[in-house]
Design a binder for this molecule. Structure first.
Ligand code: HEC
Length: 193
């Protein structure tokens, strides 16, 4: 079996390098198992970064609710996002994950290296009206809450490490100064819905 594959190795590799790069990334280049694959194993870590614009943000009602918050994945892998969100042991969210508690704030997972001080989350403050979404501010650990100037990462970084900056009620963050009833009311008054 192995000798047959080795015999076809040169041909297989020639075909592989002709495949468009997007497919190569999707399969992780791992199929070049043709006897000279040792150098190919380093190609599997490339993860496509995502840079969202305002139109990528949806009304909360069109996102997927997980307990008290809402998730989406602009890279198209919602299942990978839900696998982490649904795991009560925590985990690292995949690139492209969008998480929102209220319509006016969001965090989006960027590729490794975006900002180690924000665990590679990009934080957003948003203006939402019936006409749609406008980005007010965006960035890594420097972004602050526009209501009282408190750092998003300052609070979210207090979450226990396995929860990847997601606070909820019991991950170690300082609680929000408003109750669940207020959060629910804000969630239900998304003007884009
Ligand atoms: C005072 C601390 C604090 C600040 C500042 C803060 N957050 Fe949060 N955030 C929390 C807490 C606590 C929760 C969980 C609330 C809940 O589950 O009801 C939360 C929830 C969230 C969630 C839902 C996921 C989660 O972590 O539970 C998102 C998304 C979010 N905040 C984004 C932001 C963004 C963006 C900013 C800055 C613009 C920000 N937050 C500023 C404390 C904070």
């Amino acid at each position: 079996m192995h000798s047959v594959r080795r015999g076809l190795g040169g041909f297989t590799h020639a075909v592989l390098v002709a495949i468009p790069i997007v497919i190569a990334v999707a399969v992780g280049c791992s199929s070049a198992d043709d006897g000279d694959a040792a150098s190919d194993t380093t190609d599997t870590t490339a993860v496509q970064d995502v840079v969202v614009d305002a139109s990528d943000f949806k009304p909360l009602a069109e996102m997927t609710r997980v307990r008290g918050f809402f998730v989406d994945n602009v890279a198209g892998d919602l299942d990978a996002t839900l696998a982490v969100a649904d795991d009560r042991e925590g985990g690292t969210y995949p690139v492209g994950t969008v998480i929102q508690l209220i319509p006016q704030e969001a965090m989006v997972k960027r590729a490794a290296g975006f900002d180690p001080d924000s665990n590679d989350w990009e934080f957003f403050t948003l203006d939402v009206t019936a006409a749609g979404t406008t980005i007010v501010s965006r960035g890594g650990s420097e972004v602050v809450n526009r209501f009282n100037g408190t750092s998003c990462a300052g609070c979210h970084g207090a979450a226990e490490p396995q929860f990847d900056f997601v606070c909820e009620h019991d991950h170690g963050c300082e609680p929000l100064p408003v109750g669940d009833d207020v959060i629910t009311a804000i969630q239900n008054s998304d003007p884009r819905s």
